[in-house]
Design a protein around this ligand. Structure first.
Ligand SMILES: Nc1ncnc2c1ncn2[C@@H]1O[C@H](COP(=O)(O)OP(=O)(O)OP(=O)(O)O)[C@@H](O)[C@H]1O
Length: 281
């Protein structure tokens, strides 16, 4: 490799200047950047030269048939699974392939799994306090007393997730949908820049789905969060989606608005056709 090429490598240039913990830098590009990412399990190619770019503040839906690689993609972003090759960047400074799972979470990538895992014996507020305490940067101050700023943040999040009336009740008596919102709220306590949300509306009532759509669209935006949603429910995807990415056999099959991808014959064939796993509303 010649000298210029070696200096221009994105994973090496200016490394000595990168502070330990720095805000994600999105001035010159996307918040999340995957290039030619491949993941195999015992020779089976789950992700195959995947390219994906998420802009700051974007709300992106990822759809695709069972086994398309959606979960593996999320696992790769959060550091749970290491790819065989490719690049994964958070903003222009953070090479995620060099970071551990906890480091990536601390950097501002929050992941919401399908099943809610809230502390049922604690109140909604206590769950949010605990989530704040999980953030090592604020733990020392929390063990003393909550600052007014921390208290304000908790109340801001309670309102945002629509749980103000239930704030002092036990999380165990919340509905399934409310537990999902509480868990999103717990992620928000750590002020993530990117939220990865896995099948948020599975098992929800129609009304809960509408409120979830409203919540996710309010969370996304420049200066707030970028949100990546994996979902099989096409009615829900249609209600929130601006940009949709269709994965198939570990690669991007199509990308565009919901209308564009749902009229793409290749997408209809592999996913939206009658035999597919998609729940078409
Ligand atoms: N740890 C693993 N070991 C072996 N194979 C795996 C492993 N994890 C995933 N796979 C395989 O990789 C492929 C992609 O799986 P993945 O779970 O990422 O797909 P998905 O798009 O999330 O599917 P679904 O919609 O069903 O959740 C599947 O064929 C799966 O069986």
């Amino acid at each position: 490799m010649n000298m210029f090429k070696a200096l221009a490598r994105r994973d090496q240039v200016f490394d000595f200047m990168t502070p330990e913990v720095s805000p994600v830098d999105v001035r010159h590009g996307p918040i999340l950047y995957l290039e030619d990412v491949s993941v195999s399990f015992d020779g089976f190619q789950a992700i195959n030269k995947l390219n994906l770019t998420i802009d700051d503040g974007e709300l992106r839906c990822i759809i695709g048939p069972n086994g398309a690689g959606k979960t593996t993609m999320m696992d790769t972003i959060t550091g749970k699974t290491r790819p065989d090759s490719g690049q994964v960047w958070f903003g222009s400074r953070h090479n995620l392939l060099r970071m551990s799972e906890p480091e990536i979470a601390t950097l501002g990538i929050g992941r919401k799994f399908q099943k809610p895992t809230v502390f049922e014996a604690l109140t909604v507020i206590e769950n949010l306090e605990l989530a704040m305490a999980a953030d090592k940067r604020v733990l020392p101050s929390l063990t003393a007393r909550l600052s007014s700023e921390q208290r304000d943040r908790i109340h801001e999040v309670v309102r945002l997730i629509g749980l103000k009336p239930a704030a002092h009740g036990l999380a165990g008596i919340l509905s399934h949908g409310q537990k999902q919102w509480l868990e999103i709220g717990m992620l928000l306590m750590q002020r993530p820049r990117l939220l990865l949300v896995d099948e948020p509306v599975a098992g929800m009532t129609e009304q809960e789905m509408e409120l979830t759509a409203d919540l996710l669209t309010r969370l996304a935006g420049k200066g707030r969060q970028s949100v990546v949603v994996v979902e099989h429910d096409m009615g829900f995807v249609r209600s929130i989606a601006r940009q949709v990415t269709v994965l198939h056999q570990g690669s991007v099959l199509a990308e565009g608005t919901m209308d564009q991808v749902s009229s793409d014959p290749r997408v209809v064939e592999v996913y939206l056709g009658e035999e597919s796993g998609a729940e078409v509303a």
